[in-house]
Design a protein around this ligand. Structure first.
Ligand SMILES: C[S@@+](CC[C@H](N)C(=O)[O-])C[C@H]1O[C@@H](n2cnc3c(N)ncnc32)[C@H](O)[C@@H]1O
Length: 350
């Protein structure tokens, strides 16, 4: 049965999934957070935008709240950032006392993040008078009410390309008779969609630090996986023989979709960066295939690196030595994540 794109992309209450994921990959997330925080300490951004912020697992959110003035958090899954925010504001100190990152700001700055802030209950840096711990072992506050910061946007970081392709897929597939035809139509649809752009709601040249952490890697999967799932709902799963015959056409559509998303994502990043601003970018460059016990290069990500390098320049001086390649365990297996910092080029380009 066909599924609409908007239903496919929405996740129901993911609190338990959030906790499981955060725990399972805690070490990898912590290292990425440290690397991003290092970049933030060196660049002292006033305005930050986290694209594909998700559950904020790999974002040094507490540091941004303490040091920056404006924080944009963007993800296309409705509600996912809100879930991340609830889970990212309260910690326990080494004496077992709750500490809220917003209450620690105190006064008007605390109110900017939490409308329920009500002045210090204990020593500054603890929690406010309205603090009510959430039951069930989650470090969070029941009274939390999001304020004017951070600015949360449910938006597509590929300037609308992936969403428009996903939304148009079912109509395109309704009349297909074969898998080969479905893949050809996918290419045609991609070309049609290229004409449309929907920018994020972040102003031009307004962001000092953009993070795009483990987002570009997703472009290899979506919206291709959705499209092929919808094709399978109509045509049935291809037999192993058909699959072999379709391998090249399927791989080509996957790459076409990834390439367009990378280019648009890069253009959006360039659009919102201030002239001296920088972007932290992390993606899976190598993946370990457990089945054949071998590492392989993710070709689309090598291309992605080339696309970013074509218009932006690298700032390796802003990364700690050794942090350009990090091992990371994902739900799909082991990978090596490449981290780079990028900046707009000065002067005219050749
Ligand atoms: C692997 S997660 C990155 C980790 C994330 N920062 C976290 O802590 O959970 C990738 C995130 O990017 C989001 N994403 C992928 N493609 C997107 C798109 N085109 N527009 C907006 N968000 C996207 C996903 O919904 C997901 O939350």
């Amino acid at each position: 049965m066909a599924t609409e794109w908007d239903d496919y992309i929405a996740v129901p209450d993911a609190t338990s999934a959030f906790r499981a994921c955060r725990t399972a990959h805690a070490a990898g997330f912590a290292k990425l957070r440290e690397t991003i925080e290092h970049v933030a300490r060196l660049t002292a951004p006033k305005t930050v935008a986290c694209l594909g912020a998700g559950h904020l697992n790999d974002i040094p959110y507490g540091h941004f709240v303490e040091k920056s003035e404006t924080i944009h958090l963007v993800d296309w899954v409705p509600g996912i950032v809100d879930q991340g925010l609830v889970m990212s504001s309260v910690e326990r100190d080494d004496k077992g006392r709750s500490r809220c990152i917003y209450c620690a700001l105190s006064g008007e700055r605390a109110k900017k993040y939490c409308r329920a802030y009500a002045g210090s209950r204990d020593a500054p840096g603890g929690v406010c008078r309205n603090f009510r711990p959430v039951e069930g072992g989650i470090e969070a506050c029941e009274a939390f009410e999001r304020g004017e910061q951070p600015i949360v946007e449910v938006g597509d970081v590929t300037a609308g390309f992936a969403t428009a392709f996903g939304r148009a897929a079912n109509a395109e597939l309704d009349t297909v008779r074969t898998w080969r035809q479905a893949l050809r139509r996918g290419n045609t649809l991609s070309n049609k969609i290229k004409r449309h752009r929907t920018a994020l709601g972040i102003a031009d040249s307004s962001v000092d630090l953009v993070t795009s952490s483990m987002v570009v890697s997703q472009f290899v999967h979506e919206p291709y996986d959705y499209y092929s799932q919808q094709a399978a709902a109509r045509l049935g799963t291809p037999t192993p023989r058909e699959e072999r015959a379709l391998k090249s056409a399927a791989g080509s559509l996957r790459s076409v979709l990834a390439r367009e998303q990378v280019a648009r994502h890069r253009d959006e990043i360039e659009r919102i960066l201030t002239p001296g601003g920088v972007c932290f970018l992390a993606f899976e460059l190598y993946h370990y295939d457990d089945g054949i016990a071998q590492w392989f290069l993710v070709q689309e990500m090598l291309e992605a690196l080339g696309a970013f390098a074509a218009t932006l320049t690298f700032r390796f001086d802003l990364l700690p030595q050794g942090d350009t390649m990090r091992e990371f365990e994902t739900p799909m297996g082991k990978s090596l994540v490449h981290c780079v910092v990028l900046q707009r080029r000065a002067g005219p380009q050749t």
